[in-house]
Design a protein around this ligand. Structure first.
Ligand SMILES: NC(=O)c1ccc[n+]([C@@H]2O[C@H](COP(=O)([O-])OP(=O)(O)OC[C@H]3O[C@@H](n4cnc5c(N)ncnc54)[C@H](OP(=O)(O)O)[C@@H]3O)[C@@H](O)[C@H]2O)c1
Length: 309
């Protein structure tokens, strides 16, 4: 795997400022000043940190729990050199509060914001894009995607026009279920997206068959969703022992086990981990910095999972 360094190197002052802003439950580790490994977006060469945040859970909790947890998660991601946040507008009140958080001076210029269209119809799609611009207070979003290939034939020309107008830097489409892989493959063969998103983890490996080799061949960046099967991964593995040989690639937890398996695939650009817990965000972010399994170790990991599940 080729790991590239981000250009932004947090100063000691930055890290101390972030650390003091965090609650005692999310104290930054001593080496939080180090930058996160990055991978290049094939179409431009821009470097992207390899662990991002799937914001759905934390944003949906704003309504009941307030913005504190999400603020801590975002500060933790940024303090570890991360910047990618996957979103899509749904609840206007929560989205407005989310917009305020990502536009605080300490975060605004450091984030890579992605959003999605999940409604049917041309006008609906454009309206949803405008809502994202407004909620996130950005004329230009970093990445605009079509959620789960919804009304793809209608929205793809819209996204191309949005990119041509300079309102999105990159465009693409997402899936999160194996049953949509054939359609995603057809889209990749026909069009030239900058990014796609797919489900992939140590327990959901279907993307290895066609999607991951195809994005490598076509020079398309790929973000990974469902690294923990939206949390089901942890209940499936509850009570199962992490193999002792996982320490050979610096793996101490089941979360690291899936993330390291994903990150060791050379096609992967960035993994989106969803969390409302700053400690989990820190754990996920730091996973990118240790050793990754080689090809033989990855085979052993997959065989072990097949054996215990
Ligand atoms: N079609 C689409 O476009 C699509 C569909 C699905 C997902 N996505 C994207 O992918 C993102 C992530 O995928 P996902 O939603 O399936 O979630 P996921 O990352 O697979 O799993 C999230 C769950 O794992 C827990 N978790 C996270 N880190 C942990 C850690 N280190 N230790 C223990 N538990 C941990 C979280 O709970 P805590 O809050 O307690 O940490 C949460 O319950 C989404 O947020 C979204 O951005 C896109």
């Amino acid at each position: 795997m080729t790991a590239h360094r981000t250009q932004f190197v947090p100063s000691r002052r930055h890290v101390i400022a972030f650390a003091s802003a965090l609650s005692a439950s999310a104290v930054l580790p001593a080496h939080a000043a180090s930058t996160m490994p990055t991978r290049k977006i094939p179409k431009t060469g821009e470097a992207l940190p390899v662990i991002g945040l799937g914001s759905s859970k934390a944003v949906s909790q704003i309504g009941t729990d307030g913005p504190g947890a999400l603020t801590e998660v975002l500060r933790t991601l940024a303090a570890h050199g991360g910047k990618v946040i996957d979103t899509w507008p749904r609840n206007p009140e929560n989205d407005a509060k989310f917009g305020q958080i990502i536009n605080t001076p300490e975060l605004r210029s450091r984030l890579f914001i992605t959003s999605k269209i999940d409604r049917v119809g041309k006008d609906e799609g454009i309206a949803q894009f405008r809502e994202a611009q407004k909620a996130y207070d950005r004329k230009t979003l970093d990445l605009m995607q079509i959620f789960s290939l919804t009304d793809l034939a209608t929205h793809w020309p819209t996204l191309r026009a949005i990119k041509d107008a300079g309102e999105a830097r990159y465009i693409g489409a997402t899936v999160s279920e194996d049953k949509l892989h054939d359609q995603l493959e057809a889209f990749l063969r026909k069009e030239s997206p900058d990014f796609v998103q797919t489900n992939y983890s140590i327990t959901e490996r279907k993307s290895e068959a066609k999607i991951l080799p195809l994005v490598q061949e076509k020079g398309v960046a790929i973000m990974i969703n469902r690294p923990f099967m939206n949390g089901a991964y942890f209940s499936k593995l509850q009570g199962k022992p992490l193999p002792a040989w996982a320490s050979e690639f610096d793996c101490k937890t089941w979360a690291e086990f899936s993330l390291k398996y994903i990150l060791a695939h050379p096609a992967v650009t960035c993994v989106l981990t969803e969390t409302a817990d700053a400690k989990h965000m820190a754990e996920n972010a730091m996973t990118a910095s240790g050793r990754l399994p080689d090809a033989a170790q990855r085979k052993r990991m997959a065989a072990y999972i097949d054996e215990v599940l």
